[in-house]
Design a protein around this ligand. Sequence first.
Ligand SMILES: O=C(CO)COP(=O)(O)O
Ligand SMILES: [Zn+2]
Length: 212
Amino acid sequence: MSESQLRQDLVRYARSMYQRGYSSGGAGNISLKLPDGTVLATPTNSSFGDLDPDTLSKVTMTGERLAGEKASKEILMHLAIYRQRPQCGGIVHLHSPWLTALSCLPGLDNENALPPITPYYVMRVGKLPVVRYLRPGSPVIAEEVEKLAVEHNAMLLANHGPIISGKNIREAVFNAEELEETARLYFMLKPFGMNTLTPENVAELDALFNMK
Ligand SMILES: O=C(CO)COP(=O)(O)O
Ligand SMILES: [Zn+2]
């Protein structure tokens, strides 16, 4: 795919998420890896609703600006994931309501904030570790995320929101949507308790349909 098509893809996926309430105001950021190994990212304080394909930030893997507006303040967190996950081609960070609510809950299991309640959550994400609270844009978030990214394609930043990757921008968005829906189901079910998939069920899905 050409760089121009990828720029348009990023803008289209961002607008679609904005329209469906996954991001509001200037919250969140998106990036994708270009075929030459550089990274295209949303500019800082931009809205998912009205991005311009021609002014997206283009940076090197070490964060130097090559073109476009100043990159998101979370660019180091995105770059940390690309470094640890060579198969990763796209990343989405959101303040989506259900996952952000989950990130504020007391007593979360920091190794996995969401149990395996449905097959598609298991196939697309599997486990959701929690990164301790750090201010948005803190370089320490990037360090913490870098450690977890070796084994996980999604993480939950405490009292902030999720960061989710995928093999390309489309898969990253699909993974983000599945994760947000899983958090919504979790809150719907919490008052009643819930059945979860067994370790055998999870192993079967991992063997047959691993989309991570
Ligand atoms: O979500 C955000 C910070 O965590 C938004 O920051 P940017 O506008 O710099 O991308
Ligand atoms: Zn954020």
